[in-house]
Design a protein around this ligand. Structure first.
Ligand code: NAD
Length: 472
């Protein structure tokens, strides 16, 4: 049993001001695997006061001092990699292969990136008569989701720390244990007291206390568009910066000249990864109308190769994170059927033999039109919607016909054509033939958010720029 009921404030593990212990479930077994405390405004106040005090000196540290700190954190991450992987797998259901792979890999990867970026980063630049100086924004409140929990902590904590900010992290109450271990890592690495603080709790309790807090300078949020809107409204009175990384409904355009069967199969498998719980998941596959039948066969074969099961075994995907998420996904699968999409693979109910645990059948719908609910709403489960298009213009029109604009994907042999199409998509990312880069900007257009994370881009989210001029 993981009993992680303390908070990490001002370099100490402390009890919450008011006791309110809540259970955390393993979605694969539906058993309680531990407890956390839900904090209140009083806990947030303590953490903010500690972070404010620490900001005075931490904001003045040199680049070299912060590099030394990041390298110490990097070493501690390596020491605790197995613990982190197990925690992620147990709290949100990721197969151990995924937990040991990308979940912990992204944490280490973003730490390495922050080191490399900081080594080269210039905090001052003379522009003609003006000296531009980049300075830390101050005390940052970080609110993160459960789906790639370590990645989302990493995207915020490392660039904020590298640029001299202090911070309070509120991880998802659904998957809090990896963050607890992360706080232990920060402690063991010798992060100065008050620079990094951890307060657990839910959105209405701790999250709102943070977003409305007069002494927090910035909220860095990753999560649903629904919560992002609430946070921005709550933060408005204090005019703090709110950087948002929100939901997505990403198109994956399979061009006629791509290695067609392979591309459809790859896109289907990619959709199912992490049980479909990825904000950039290629959830709308766009295929030429004339090849819809061919696409159906390939997607069916790929979906049937995705094996749900025990995260500790050899399954390709684990359960989805909670009963509430399972119910929501089932409702949307039923909507797909009711609205007339063709069910190609999977469907309602649990996979055979997996009655315990929140397992979902890898599901593919074809002949979907972009006005159907399954094409518009973020399902956040292993459910693919295949939509036919007539020509390039039609593919772009469908791609952009969404309130989201986080990621998009294009598969095709002729890279120049793919690049031209990429420029017409209203989204923060376009991956051509599975392109991936840890230094590429990560963030959304439209209702997918307004921040930019990863690489050097993430640094700027946490910096103010000051102009100093007229000194002769
Ligand atoms: P969520 O919005 O329900 O919760 C995210 C975090 O916000 C949690 O810590 C939660 O406690 C907190 N929260 C909820 N309501 C709040 C409020 N009113 N005030 C302050 N904090 C509040 O999201 P989730 O279900 O944990 O995660 C899934 C969502 O996250 C999906 O929509 C997904 O697309 C999105 N996401 C986006 C990105 C990205 O980088 N754009 C990455 C991962 C996940």
């Amino acid at each position: 049993m993981r009993d992680c009921t303390k908070f990490y404030i001002d370099g100490q593990w402390v009890d919450p001001v008011t006791e309110n212990t809540q259970p955390v479930e393993n979605p694969a077994t539906e058993e309680t695997i531990g407890h956390i405390s839900f904090g209140t405004k009083a806990d947030v106040d303590k953490a903010v006061a500690a972070a404010r005090r620490a900001f005075e000196s931490f904001s003045q540290t040199s680049k070299e001092e912060r590099l030394t700190l990041l390298r110490a954190i990097q070493a501690e991450i390596a020491n605790r990699k197995d613990d982190l992987a197990l925690a992620v797998s147990e709290e949100m259901g990721a197969p151990m292969s995924l937990a040991n792979g990308p979940h912990t890999g992204l944490l280490a990867g973003h730490c390495q990136t922050a080191i490399e970026v900081l080594e080269k980063f210039e905090f001052e630049r003379q522009d003609g008569p003006t000296l531009h100086v980049w300075e830390p924004i101050g005390v940052v409140g970080m609110i993160t989701p459960w789906n790639w929990p370590l990645n989302q902590i990493a995207c915020k904590v490392f660039p904020a720390l590298a640029t001299g900010n202090t911070m309070i992290l509120k991880p998802s109450e659904i998957a809090p244990f990896d963050a607890y271990i992360f706080a232990e890592i920060m402690d063991a690495a010798g992060v100065p007291a008050g620079v990094f603080n951890l307060v657990n709790g839910d959105g209405p309790g701790v999250g709102e206390a943070m977003s409305g807090h007069p002494d927090i300078d910035m909220i860095s949020f990753t999560g649903s568009t629904r919560a992002g809107v609430m946070i921005a409204k709550n933060a408005a009175d204090t005019v703090k910066r709110v950087a948002q990384e929100l939901g997505g409904k990403s198109p994956n355009i399979i061009l006629d000249d791509s290695a067609f069967t392979k591309s459809v199969m790859r896109g289907t498998t990619a959709m199912m990864g992490n049980s479909g719980q990825t904000c950039t998941a290629p959830s709308r596959m766009l295929v030429p109308n004339k090849r819809m039948e061919e696409a159906k066969a390939a997607a069916k074969e790929a979906a049937e190769g995705v094996i749900p099961g025990d995260p500790k075994g050899n399954a390709t995907i684990g359960p989805v994170v909670s009963k509430a998420q399972w119910d929501k996904i089932q409702g949307l699968i039923q909507k797909g059927i009711d609205e007339g999409a063709t069910l190609v693979a999977g469907g309602p109910g649990k996979p055979e033999g997996l009655e315990t645990g929140h397992y979902v059948k890898p599901t593919v719908f074809a002949d979907v039109t972009n006005d159907m609910t399954i094409a518009r709403e973020e399902i956040f489960g292993p459910v693919l919607a295949m939509i036919g298009y007539d020509d390039y213009d039609d593919a772009i029109r469908i791609s952009n016909d969404t309130e989201y604009g986080l990621a998009s994907h294009i598969m095709g042999e002729d890279v120049e054509t793919a690049k031209k199409l990429a420029k017409r998509i209203r989204a923060g990312r376009v991956a051509i033939n599975g392109g991936y880069d840890m230094n590429a900007a990560f963030g959304g257009y439209k209702k997918s958010g307004n921040g930019r994370e990863w690489g050097e881009w993430g640094f700027h989210d946490f910096l103010e720029v000051k102009a100093v001029m007229g000194y002769d």
